[in-house]
Ligand binder design. Sequence first.
Ligand SMILES: C[S@@+](CC[C@H](N)C(=O)[O-])C[C@H]1O[C@@H](n2cnc3c(N)ncnc32)[C@H](O)[C@@H]1O
Length: 139
Amino acid sequence: MEQNISYWDSLADWFDKKQGDEGDLWHRALINPTVLRVLEAVDGQRVEDLDCGNGALARQLARRGAEVTGIDASARMTTLAERREASNPLGIRYHTSGATQLSILGDASFEAVVCNMGLMDIPYAEGAMAEAGLAPLGI
Ligand SMILES: C[S@@+](CC[C@H](N)C(=O)[O-])C[C@H]1O[C@@H](n2cnc3c(N)ncnc32)[C@H](O)[C@@H]1O
């Protein structure tokens, strides 16, 4: 497991409260609209939300018709995301896994992978991108 996960486990309850169901103001006003515009239509698509946090973006994607799988290395974070899924089911599946070891997904494939505000927290981001089947953009 990656080195910063106990840190995220300890922050998870605060983060879930801050993010709420649809993300904090910063996510709602700026980040998520941009991500959703880049992804374009997700209706009927299988989307992997890598480093999904409390699932705030995953839920927006599911509400737009995507079949969403959320991955986060913090077990406490996926527990809180699952709790929100249980109280308002959208068919989102969550897994606790480090982004560089996605064997938990088996041979699952996705039309899109989104990693929102996540790569900067992963010590080996190139490994996470390779594991997700993405080529580095060189930025
Ligand atoms: C800044 S939060 C972003 C969460 C969410 N994507 C959002 O925008 O609200 C970063 C998330 O990445 C997760 N994370 C950190 N390192 C990770 C890793 N190596 N693999 C998977 N998830 C990781 C943390 O547990 C945390 O939930």
